[in-house]
Design a protein. Structure first.
Length: 838
């Protein structure tokens, strides 16, 4: 727990703060602002002063200025509105004496709170579908709320448990002192001396004010910080006890058991499993109500608004979309550079084993036939499910590469070359059998015997050369491990040196077989605002130890780790990048640092890339993702060696497979091989010519011989609410509501000089054409689909084709109006002149 004064940072425009949250345990704290809490779902225990209240769905309570309070709940959803007292200065005579008794649990007449709930429902409604003038409406509603409080809930005198100012000042000083010295052997006597009080008086005073003895408070405070330290597996239990002021390990274990009912070591293991996507453990948090897992509030909010306003829908009212126009004159003789189409260099399948599945093979055949990727990235080459490694009774290694052969044989048959990633750890080699990830529990601990690991790497590499030939294998790529920069709770190790040693051993083993084999590293994880310090520490090590990789592999996701305290969860919604060009900024940053390190010549393969790591982001099934793909590749075309979209199909075993087809998976295909809009985006990219003519905001124009390709996109970025991990008005049936300012976009392109007769072919993907999810909605449901529904969606979820013939004596005009999120490929080709007499 954390006991301290909460400082609320209010927006500059308006001294109010409104937010949604789920609570777990929020320890005693206070703030000068008023806070109205409304429980929307579940039950919550709220202690105010020395009085406890249990609030259920529909209950509300107002926390007055400087009231010490705490909240506890298993999983309650709440709305909180915090009001800065300065807002009342101009309308209330003596703000310091204002006190509001507003608590549905204590009230005899539930109907007296009707207006309060109505105002909160209006605030919710207007902020969900926010307009540019929402602050004006918020101000009006908050003043109406204040009027309602002053008129019906004000009390001339505070109740007995209200903290006097002098007492609050003293309490603040005491708690500030304890918070600053909790890791030291402080005592009640020491604190009493600081405040010039007797020990008995301070003991009674403390218990009266906070409702628990000083010793219990100090123990809880130390436990709070100790629990955070348990997330850091590099710290032993002994070190954690000493670091947080416990006299000895026994006292820490005893206190922990009393509070959590289990040993710290067991809690650590359970917590690691629950947050198995964590990149870094949060070391400290301020007092707030946010859980680590952002949450969809659609059902709770919708029900609350309907109950209090009589309006069942959260969707914004339909309105005529604005139209923005772009007019350009394009010189088709211009040629700004040759394109290498590096977006085709990589595609990803989660595990090598999954390549053996018929559905995955079908998706790969389709993708290779229609797009044609060069390399494939996969985890789990050494997975025990492939039966690669075992040991006999004497501990001698036994190797079996039969299933790897089957997977690689298939990949080569469809024209794919493998990135041979040596991962993860066979159980017989694992140093920690409990360190696992994903639904299938793949082991991510380092080897307990490096010599045996080297023998495994050598045996497999020699086997691949023997089976496929040296010339073929030299065209492949090799690397070791996946995201070693991540937390020990995921793929990383407790010490970076452990991975560095694993890398060096693996590198040297492969290079000793044949120095021309291409070995890279280290599949570092990055986000839009995360530094690449770990990557450059690795590169410095590899330079110093004569094992510099032949290329770099890196993963990039458009998520915001800083906003969520470096917490990452791959199966839930996350904080996303609020910046529209964050991918470009990442590449700029990476290339600058490579130049500074004199490593700019190293090829950089982006082998995992997406807007999110979540397998449950409902936008991934929509046209948002296709416009995201086109925008980001067009703006950064060929700047990296690859743009490995992660991943090919929703059929994977990183998470338990949902029953719902359109569940927000990362794949280009659903798990039953329905093409999503993002798949069509890659098909459009694959039709671009080899020479760039022009590009800009919303367009990318290429040419090939006497043909021209115009790629248009109408991208819209999600709002800050969704970027912060909160999906209020999004559901399985409504997924486009978090995009303010959606508008049509008109393009009028004049291509010159062009003389002759031309065929203009439009391929269109938008919500009406080519979007399987939107087509499923038209069937009446996007959740449960029959076999007939699935086959129907496969047939109809294709781009719309429109063709026209146009003659030009000098300038050919191409016109298109794009719906929000639409992508459109326009192919212009000259028609052969007729040789027949008229």
């Amino acid at each position: 727990m954390e006991f301290r004064h909460e400082i609320i940072n209010f927006p500059k425009k308006l001294p109010i703060k409104f937010f949604l949250h789920r609570i777990g345990n929020v320890s005693r704290h206070w703030h000068q602002s008023l806070e109205l809490i409304v429980v929307m779902k579940g039950d919550a225990d709220i202690n105010v002063g020395n009085v406890s209240y249990r609030l259920g769905a529909g209950d509300l309570i107002l926390i007055n200025s400087n009231e010490v309070h705490e909240l506890h709940s298993e999983d309650a959803t709440m709305v909180a509105l915090q009001i800065k007292l300065e807002l009342l200065k101009e309308v209330v005579v003596d703000i310091k004496k204002m006190y509001f008794d507003c608590n549905t649990v204590k009230a005899n007449d539930p109907g007296s709170f009707r207006n309060i709930k109505r105002i909160v429902a209006q605030i919710l409604q207007h902020n969900i579908n926010a307009s540019e003038f929402v602050d004006l409406k918020n101000a009006a509603l908050v003043y109406e709320l204040i009027y309602e409080l002053c008129t019906h809930f004000s009390s001339d005198e505070p109740e007995a448990d209200l903290q006097p100012k002098e007492g609050m000042d003293r309490l603040r000083r005491i708690l500030d002192y304890v918070n600053s010295h909790y890791s030291e052997p402080i005592s009640l006597q020491e604190v009493a001396k600081q405040e010039f009080l007797s020990v008995p008086y301070l003991s009674k005073y403390f218990k009266k004010k906070l409702g628990l003895p000083f010793s219990d408070y100090l123990k809880d405070l130390r436990l709070h910080y100790a629990v955070n330290d348990l997330l850091n597996e590099s710290l032993t239990i002994d070190k954690i006890a000493a670091k947080n002021g416990f006299p000895n390990v026994r006292s820490f274990v005893t206190a922990f058991g009393e509070k959590y009912g289990e040993l710290p070591s067991i809690w650590r293991k359970k917590h690691a499993e629950e947050v198995s996507g964590s990149i870094e453990a949060t070391k400290e948090k301020s007092v707030n109500y946010y859980q680590d897992e952002p949450h969809s509030y659609h059902e709770e909010i919708s029900r609350f608004i309907e109950n209090n306003l009589g309006q069942p829908s959260l969707a914004p009212p339909e309105k005529v979309l604005q139209r923005f126009s772009t007019a350009l004159r394009i010189d088709v003789t211009r040629q700004t550079g040759k394109l290498n189409h590096r977006f085709k260099n990589f595609i990803g399948v989660s595990r090598v084993k999954e390549v053996l599945y018929a559905e995955v093979q079908e998706a790969l055949r389709t993708a290779q036939r229609e797009i044609g990727f060069k390399y494939i990235k996969m985890h789990g080459l050494l997975d025990d499910e492939l039966m690669v490694y075992d040991e006999d009774a004497e501990g001698r290694p036994l190797f079996n590469f039969r299933l790897i052969d089957s997977a690689f044989d298939f990949l080569l048959s469809v024209g794919l070359k493998p990135l041979v990633q040596f991962s993860f750890m066979p159980a017989k080699l694992a140093s920690d059998l409990s360190k696992t990830v994903f639904y299938t529990n793949m082991n991510t601990s380092p080897p307990k015997d490096m010599a045996k690991w080297n023998r495994l790497v050598e045996a497999l590499t020699l086997h691949l050369i023997g089976r496929y030939g040296m010339e073929e294998v030299r065209s492949w790529l090799f690397c070791v491990w996946n995201e070693p920069s991540s937390s020990n709770l995921l793929f990383g190790f407790k010490q970076d040196e452990t991975f560095f040693s694993l890398y060096k051993n693996t590198y040297e083993t492969v290079k000793n077989i044949d120095a021309s084999l291409s070995f890279g590293g280290p599949a570092a994880f990055s986000t839009y605002n995360k530094s690449e310090d770990w990557l450059f520490s690795f590169l410095a090590f590899s330079k110093d130890n004569d094992c510099l990789p032949d290329f770099i592999t890196i993963h990039y996701y458009d998520i915001d780790l800083i906003a969520q305290n470096d917490q990452l969860s791959m199966d839930k919604q996350l904080n996303l990048s609020p910046v529209t060009d964050s991918f470009k900024q990442f590449i700029d940053r990476l290339q600058l640092r490579l130049r500074e390190a004199e490593l700019a010549a190293l090829p950089v393969y982006l082998t995992e890339w997406n807007s999110t790591v979540s397998h449950k982001d409902l936008m991934s099934d929509t046209c948002f993702k296709s416009s995201y793909v086109i925008k980001n590749i067009a703006e950064n075309y060929d700047r990296l060696e690859s743009f490995g979209y992660w991943l090919l199909t929703d059929l994977h075993e990183e998470n338990r497979l949902p029953s719902q087809v359109f569940h927000g998976g990362l794949g280009l295909f659903t798990y039953n091989n329905i093409k999503k809009p993002a798949y069509h985006a890659f098909c459009f990219l694959n039709k671009l010519g080899n020479y760039l003519v022009d590009r800009g905001d919303g367009y990318f124009i290429t040419k090939q011989d006497n043909r021209y390709q115009i790629l248009l996109y109408n991208y819209h970025h999600y709002d800050d609410i969704y970027a912060n991990g909160i999906s209020i008005s999004i559901s399985h049936k409504e997924r486009y509501s978090h995009f303010p300012g959606k508008a049509k976009r008109e393009f009028r392109l004049e291509l010159a000089p062009l003389v002759g007769s031309f065929e203009i072919r439009h391929s269109i993907v938008n919500r009406d054409y080519g979007s399987a999810y939107d087509n499923a909605l038209k069937l009446g449901q996007a959740a449960e689909l029959s076999l007939g529904d699935i086959e129907y969606l496969k047939r109809i979820s294709i781009p719309r084709i429109e063709k026209e013939i146009s003659a030009s004596s000098e300038t050919l005009t191409v016109h298109a109006v794009l719906q929000p999120f639409e992508i459109r490929l326009i192919e212009v080709s000259e028609r052969p002149a007729s040789t027949l007499e008229p």
